[in-house]
Design a protein around this ligand. Structure first.
Ligand SMILES: NC(=O)c1ccc[n+]([C@@H]2O[C@H](COP(=O)([O-])OP(=O)(O)OC[C@H]3O[C@@H](n4cnc5c(N)ncnc54)[C@H](OP(=O)(O)O)[C@@H]3O)[C@@H](O)[C@H]2O)c1
Length: 242
């Protein structure tokens, strides 16, 4: 089958491991060129090798999500190098697991800066590029914790609700500008993050990062009239959301 994303450029944050790496490889498999962002350059280079194996081209840009200048540089570097940006995947994120009474203001600020403020800045910087040469896409990775309430997750939950809220408003704002905004809210996914926060969940019960990546590919390649604005994903062993 023909590759569906040939000539398209995707910027992915949190591409050094986990869900971000899986999304990068899946988009590369459909012919997209990738801009891979995170802090750990060696791990980004490893993702770039995986992208190359999938037949794609990748540029690595080390980025610090809390630093506005670094985020602006990411979008500038992507645009300058490839001359276009078609897809922005806001995937980088951190968790913080503690009772509110034991969560410092600095813990809260860090969650908000990486999970909500950084994506906000990246959307603003990328919008002038998106949708100019065919449809543009913003995919924001929120969480089940951005919809439901969980104890010990007040800071993380606030940041993921913020990301989701921003996504819903932005989807309305951009709907006539050839840019679609999608938000994905997964339950437990088999990455380093979940093994730290939810060691109680059996590995075999977790969602695979590739399953998220397949959905991202679907969202950016689907050409019909049906649009999925928000996707809720749960582990098959957990209860339905409704
Ligand atoms: N795993 C789950 O169960 C689950 C469920 C729902 C939603 N999510 C969300 O999915 C996204 C990806 O999570 P994951 O499970 O793949 O987590 P992960 O394996 O911990 O990866 C997190 C990514 O974010 C990057 N990152 C963290 N802090 C950063 C910073 N200050 N500046 C730049 N990059 C930073 C990390 O790269 P460096 O360390 O190299 O900077 C890494 O690439 C997150 O937004 C997470 O909240 C995960």
């Amino acid at each position: 089958m023909d590759k569906q994303l040939g000539g398209k450029v995707a910027v992915i944050t949190g591409a050094s491991r986990g869900i971000g790496r899986a999304i990068a490889v899946a988009l590369a498999g459909q012919g997209a060129s990738l801009v891979l962002a995170a802090r750990d350059r060696e791990a980004l280079d490893e993702t770039a090798k995986n992208v190359a194996k999938a037949g794609g081209e990748a540029m690595v840009v080390p980025v610090e999500m809390t630093d506005e200048g670094s985020l602006k540089n990411l979008i500038r570097a992507a645009g300058d190098h490839f001359g276009r940006i078609d897809i922005l995947v806001n995937n980088a994120g951190i968790t913080h697991s503690a009772r509110l009474a034991e969560t410092t203001t600095a813990d809260y600020d860090r969650c908000m800066a990486i999970n909500a403020r950084g994506p906000y800045i990246l959307c603003r910087e990328a919008i002038p590029w998106l949708g100019k040469m065919g449809r543009g896409y913003i995919i924001n990775i929120s969480s089940v914790v951005g919809v439901k309430g969980y104890p010990l997750q007040t800071a993380y939950g606030a940041s993921k609700h913020a990301l989701r809220g921003m996504s819903i408003a932005l989807a309305e704002e951009l709907k006539d500008e050839n840019i679609r905004v999608h938000v994905i809210c997964p339950g437990g996914v088999d990455t380093e993050m979940v093994t730290r926060v939810r060691p109680d969940i059996k590995k075999g019960d977790l969602i695979e990062p590739q399953e998220i990546a397949e959905l991202v590919v679907y969202l950016v390649t689907h050409r019909g009239n049906a649009v999925m604005d928000e996707i809720h994903l749960r582990r098959s062993t957990s209860g339905p959301w409704f």
